[in-house]
Design a protein around this ligand. Sequence first.
Ligand code: NAD
Ligand code: WQD
Length: 351
Amino acid sequence: MGSSVEQNILVTGGAGFIGTHTVVQLLKEGFKVSIIDNLDNSVIEAVDRVRELVGPDLSKKLEFTQGDLRNKGDIEKLFSKQRFDAVIHFAGLKAVGESVGNPRRYFDNNLVGTINLYETMAKHNCKMMVFSSSATVYGQPEKIPCMEDFELKAMNPYGRTKLFLEEIARDIQAAEPEWRIVLLRYFNPVGAHESGRIGEDPKGIPNNLMPYIQQVAVGRLPELNVYGHDYPTEDGSAVRDYIHVMDLADGHIAALRKLFDDPKIGCTAYNLGTGRGTSVLEMVAAFEKASGKKIPIKLCPRRSGDATAVYASTEKAEKELGWKAKYGVEEMCRDQWNWANNNPWGYQKKL
Ligand code: NAD
Ligand code: WQD
């Protein structure tokens, strides 16, 4: 997109898993990027590796600021020294279990941080936002595939922050129609950049399936607990819509283009998924094939709050954003393994 050259994008949470992959694609597409991240769930090494991946010339178009969205002054400092054309807002806490034990931390970080961001954007007349929502806003869907106009509900405090933030976005845009906001509902992001230099590096024991499998494969964890083997699915394990993080990254570029090109976008939600469901046991088999490693499993009771099967309808994103996921489970596992094999301890240098 020729017109995007030199457009300046603020990326909150840009040092994190989805953020780093998106920043690589943004720079390659000719955008200038400024990251704000408090490094609560990430490390500066990840940003260094983004620079390494895009090379010295494009690196000059990337700025990093360590700052916290809960502190309005940190955001104001950025906006007072440059103009942003749009914001991609990834920054947030995302661990479902932790949110149940400490909801105040989630409401403070995710809600207060985002409200501060809107306030500062409005003050500086930057009114275009791509927001990281989640398939969690469908709760336990009664029907699949999930369509964007399904009833929304939350199952836990983390999910409630996403639901509230979607509602807040809709209210702000309804009151001030010049805002253009795209809400991207990610399904289950996995995989890594094909270089194996950036990837997901959760702190502590992973909550999500793929990072857990990856840590079993490299010997950091002994076996995978498979939560639920009596679901009404083909093999009894739960079904999800896994999506390659590079496809997600490209979905953000498509969403930005939509914001810039469509004055009538208002506040619109899009699913980012593949539209295909894969069971936990199928995912384990695919990872074993990609890695050549045996993943020992233990069949366990269902995890509380988990749905049987969730996958996306991808029609709306295809039609309106012109975006469609390119990668399947095989590539997701190949790239996840490449990242794990090259970085068994994530961004840490050694065991
Ligand atoms: P991540 O934790 O890797 O990245 C989030 C980044 O935000 C981290 O680098 C963290 O340090 C930063 N951050 C958190 N609070 C901040 C604050 N107050 N100020 C500044 N920086 C802050 O997570 P991710 O997987 O890249 O997810 C990005 C976004 O996508 C999140 O909003 C998450 O809720 C959403 N999401 C993720 C998934 C998933 O499974 N990964 C699925 C659906 C939605
Ligand atoms: C997938 C399947 C587990 C770990 C979560 C959030 C959601 C969104 C994406 C942010 C389930 C099973 C898992 C393990 C297992 N995140 N599993 N053993 O629950 O679909 O979605 O991440 O917005 O909000 O809830 O993803 O990767 O945790 O689980 O058997 O050690 O794998 O029970 O069936 P989930 P997940």
